[in-house]
Design a protein around this ligand. Structure first.
Ligand code: GTP
Length: 598
């Protein structure tokens, strides 16, 4: 196909507004995927994604569409992940497109994440086509939501497409308007090759499969290519398009989207955002916008059974092949034994990795509370980056601690503004601005320490707003604060994995609340277990867990056998996630207790 009949677009939508359903419909309508092949939600093909109903990794699909003008067009849909943790990937997939569909649930409205991505699309000079989805719902209010889009996003919504991805309404209009409104790619086939990597994944047989958009020039099977950021060179063994299954072809030209395999051993060597060029006739400059996705949130992962250490190591190595943003290094904890300190893009990324380690690799893990990277200046004027609270230098050895700050934008119906402001305040937030978009959409802007948000800020925001508020954040730099390390002693032993860094003004409160929580969470033993919180040598809060008085089974003597069995089962289940610390069994929940403090 000539470049003039190619359209590259992506879909921007808030979680659950129907992006995947719409994508599936388009694949169906264009007969890209035969009906019987159609699994529910073709584009999200990781199990975990499907289960959680969120899009994590982006993918692409090429569709052939005969438009009303009788011409056949190639429409490349480039999927984007729907979560803040992956916003860099979103920016790269948008950079590979000329247009974007903005899908908004017409029974809801514009959400923070949508807005952030629309601005990103507008910055990238994409043509944005608004679509009202779910018009089949009785609660749908297309007029209200259309005027909201006009006011908030500034898009003309006079002829906005009203659609129902579920019922198949408006899908033809959407395809037609992509052809009409999204500009074709520039025809720069004569320039030296530059192709943008917008996704990659590891395949055990072929090595890394790289998804890319040719921006300039052309690429053929057998070509020797160089990745401009990593400097690595490979020969392309397989080249093709995604329809959405991989179909091999011999060459791809400027404007086209496809994949290649070149025996690349890990996705780290073909990172999202890197530029591919030819070794023989290289481009002078890489495409703009490449950065390395850096981990922001860290936690310790320890096997409950120390025999699983090497299994955990193997599993992390394998996951890393497919996840360039994951980082890990061995960590030795006096309380927990051998494990790994792992770095993630954000909390969701962290949860996904943990879940995959447990499910796909059958590991039983204890996870410590997440931490951010603190910048600590020592008395020797050295600047250390500390991602593990237990490694914070003593107060005598440091002159200042700085912590990462983020700018948070929360969009909420007006009636929750008060409670959300209160939440931000308790999380050491600094109020910056408040904007009224419409009656139903107020935008709060705060600057907050990232450490406060990696706890359960998101869940608290959701519960305070009964699920209506949405948020988006970005890193804005480091600020100095009076922070202290809070240690926890269980049965007089300092448990390094329970240490946290808190603001001095909150230390007493957190210490008290934490010891109380731990008292609830740690089961009773045959002996009394004291629990203390301390700053340095000073104990600031203490509790104790009373000793068990009797054998639990004693109660059941004379009782029926099934009850006894049940009790034993219950105990066995409770034991599953325990870590023996000295003589005390500490459950997984205890390591997360610090997150649950209000
Ligand atoms: P992420 O993948 O998390 O970004 O979500 P998504 O935007 O892809 O949403 P998805 O397509 O998974 O749809 C979310 C829910 O809305 C599903 O239960 C769909 O069945 C439903 N849904 C999608 N489109 C429509 C629609 O037009 N009408 C109705 N009634 N429901 C819809």
């Amino acid at each position: 196909v000539p470049v003039s009949r190619i359209r590259n677009f992506s879909i921007i939508a808030h979680i659950d507004h129907g992006k995947s359903t719409l994508a599936d419909r388009m694949l169906q309508v264009t007969k890209t995927v035969a009906q019987r092949e159609m699994k529910e939600q073709f584009l999200d093909n990781m199990d975990l994604e499907r289960e959680r109903g969120i899009t994590i990794k982006l993918q692409a699909a090429r569709m052939n569409y005969t438009a009303k003008d009788g011409e056949e067009y190639v429409l490349n849909l480039i999927d984007t992940p729907g979560h803040v943790d992956f916003s860099y990937e979103v920016s790269r997939s948008l950079a590979a497109c000329e247009g974007a569909l903005l899908v908004v649930d017409s029974s809801q409205g514009v959400e923070a994440q949508t807005l952030a991505n629309v601005y990103l699309a507008i910055e990238n000079e994409l043509e944005v086509i608004p679509v009202l989805n779910k018009i089949d719902l009785p609660g749908s209010e297309p007029e209200r939501v259309a005027s909201e889009i006009e006011e908030v996003v500034g898009l003309d919504c006079t002829d906005i497409i009203k659609a129902s991805a579920k019922a198949g309404i408006g899908v033809d209009d959407i395809l037609e308007s992509i052809v009409q409104k999204v500009p074709p790619p520039e025809d720069t086939v004569d320039k030296p090759l530059r192709a943008l990597i917008f996704d990659s994944y590891y395949d055990a047989y072929r090595g890394v499969i790289v998804y890319f958009r040719v921006m300039d020039g052309e690429v053929k099977k057998g070509d020797k290519v160089r990745l401009m950021a990593s400097g690595k060179e490979y020969e392309i063994d397989e080249l093709g398009v995604l329809s959405p299954n991989q179909i091999e072809i011999d060459e791809l030209h400027a404007g086209e989207v496809g994949y290649f395999a070149a025996a690349i051993k890990t996705v780290e060597d073909a990172r999202v955002g890197d530029t591919i060029t030819l070794v023989q006739t290289p481009a002078e400059e890489p495409l703009p916008g490449y950065t390395e996705a850096k981990p922001m949130v860290f936690c310790g992962l320890f096997p409950t059974d120390s025999d699983q250490y090497s299994d955990l190591k193997d599993a992390l190595e394998k996951l890393k092949l497919n996840d360039a943003a994951l980082s890990y290094e061995p960590e030795t904890s006096s309380a927990m034994g051998f494990g790994f300190r792992c770095g993630f893009l954000g909390l969701l990324h962290m949860e996904i990795v943990q879940e995959r380690l447990e499910r796909e690799y059958n590991l039983e893990l204890i996870t410590t509370a997440p931490s951010v990277i603190y910048r600590v200046t020592t008395t020797e004027d050295e600047v250390l980056e500390i991602d593990n609270p237990s490694l914070l230098p003593d107060p005598q050895k440091r002159t200042k601690i700085e912590e990462p700050y983020i700018k948070v934008e929360i969009i909420t119906p007006e009636n929750f503004v008060g409670t959300l402001m209160e939440l931000c305040q308790t999380c050491r937030g600094e109020f910056k601005d408040m904007k009224y978009f419409t009656l139903n959409r107020t935008c709060l802007i705060y600057e907050l320490p990232l450490a406060e948000v990696v706890t359960d800020f998101f869940d608290r925001m959701k519960s305070r707003s009964r699920g209506y508020a949405s948020m988006e954040y970005q890193l804005i730099g480091y600020r100095e604060n009076t922070l202290v390390k809070l240690d926890v002693l269980v049965n007089k032993d300092k448990v390094d994995a329970l240490s946290t860094i808190v603001h001095r003004d909150k230390a007493y409160y957190v210490g008290r609340a934490l010891t109380e929580k731990l008292k609830e969470l740690i089961p009773r033993h045959q002996f009394k277990v004291p629990i203390q919180a301390s700053i340095g040598a000073k104990v600031i809060a203490s509790e104790h867990i009373p000793a068990l008085r009797k054998d639990v089974l004693a109660k059941c003597y004379g009782g029926d056998i099934s009850r006894k069995k049940k009790l034993l089962q219950k105990q066995a289940k409770g034991k599953k996630r325990m870590k023996a610390i000295g003589t005390v069994d500490v459950p997984q929940e205890a390591f997360m207790a610090v997150l649950k403090i209000d």
